[in-house]
Design a protein around this ligand. Structure first.
Ligand SMILES: NC(=O)c1ccc[n+]([C@@H]2O[C@H](COP(=O)([O-])OP(=O)(O)OC[C@H]3O[C@@H](n4cnc5c(N)ncnc54)[C@H](OP(=O)(O)O)[C@@H]3O)[C@@H](O)[C@H]2O)c1
Length: 247
């Protein structure tokens, strides 16, 4: 697994209580290669019976949460940073994907931008001391194909699409700068495919069974896609099958 990273590599997984995040933690721990897997979640994480796993319970959408993470890491060089935080809907806040312009709501737009775009970018800002140096480093962040501007033929889902497009631009912009901090860094935006998690559950009815993936399958696929990334390469956007997605 991830042969471009050193034996005993250190990984950070954010959104570790989410469907895909949890599966990424499990997939990493199934390999003997990672030495330390730090899972960050707002939820108190499941007890994983593996001494290599550390759970940090905080909300990375807040400045306090990011400060708690920086304090926990205490300058540790990160080899793999895997962000899985993202939202599409929130029943409690009455946020649903928009079907038409009339559905647009300023607060819902701002919320999705905060979780899907601002948070991953501010996370990278906070992690600069852990990425800086010459150690091999991969940065992955979960995007979505609907965030592709080129691929948008169906319309709808304004806030989610736009926040993922902004996510991609922020990651691509940060990649240029991060490579000055550490020439090995490769930043990868990843589309997991439709995956059976809380995020997709209300929208699964019309998804054919063979197109709805388990989180475990997706985690394995995404780690495979990362395995194909070359250290120091430009920012990339790939789907679960390793196919490039148009920005
Ligand atoms: N599932 C799909 O079909 C699909 C398709 C395309 C792209 N994606 C992307 O894949 C990523 C992972 O999604 P998933 O399917 O695993 O969904 P999920 O089970 O809902 O997990 C997403 C996680 O993101 C964090 N999060 C969500 N809303 C948040 C908020 N308001 N404040 C702070 N943290 C929040 C939470 O992490 P904690 O609970 O650990 O705090 C949550 O568990 C997302 O970026 C999503 O956009 C998913």
């Amino acid at each position: 697994m991830l042969a471009q990273l050193p034996e005993g590599f250190t990984t950070l997984v954010t959104g570790a209580g989410g469907g895909i995040g949890r599966a990424v933690v499990d997939a990493l721990l199934a390999s003997p290669r990672p030495g330390r897997v730090i899972g960050v979640s707002r939820q108190s994480g499941p007890v994983v019976n593996d001494a290599r796993c550390e759970a940090l319970n905080t909300d990375l959408t807040t400045a306090e949460g990011r400060e708690a993470l920086v304090a926990h890491l205490d300058g540790t060089p990160l080899h793999l940073t895997f962000n899985t935080i993202g939202m599409l809907h929130d029943e409690a806040l009455g946020i649903h994907p928009e079907k038409r312009l009339d559905d647009l709501d300023a607060e819902a737009l701002a919320r999705l931008f905060q979780v899907n775009a601002t948070t991953p970018a501010l996370l990278l800002r906070a992690l600069q001391p852990n990425l800086k140096g010459h150690h091999p480093a991969l940065v992955a962040s979960l995007s979505a194909r609907v965030g592709s501007i080129e691929d948008n033929r169906l319309g709808g889902w304004y806030a989610y699409r736009a926040s993922k497009a902004a996510h991609n631009m922020l990651m691509r912009t940060a990649a240029v700068e991060l490579r000055r901090l550490n020439p090995t860094i490769a930043v990868a935006c990843l589309h997991p495919g439709t995956t059976d998690t809380a995020l997709s559950r209300p929208f699964q009815a019309r998804v054919p069974e063979d197109k709805l993936f388990t989180p475990a399958f997706v985690a394995e696929r995404l780690l495979n896609v990362l395995e194909q990334r070359r250290l120091g390469e430009s920012a990339s956007f790939h789907d679960w099958a390793g196919e490039p997605v148009a920005w």
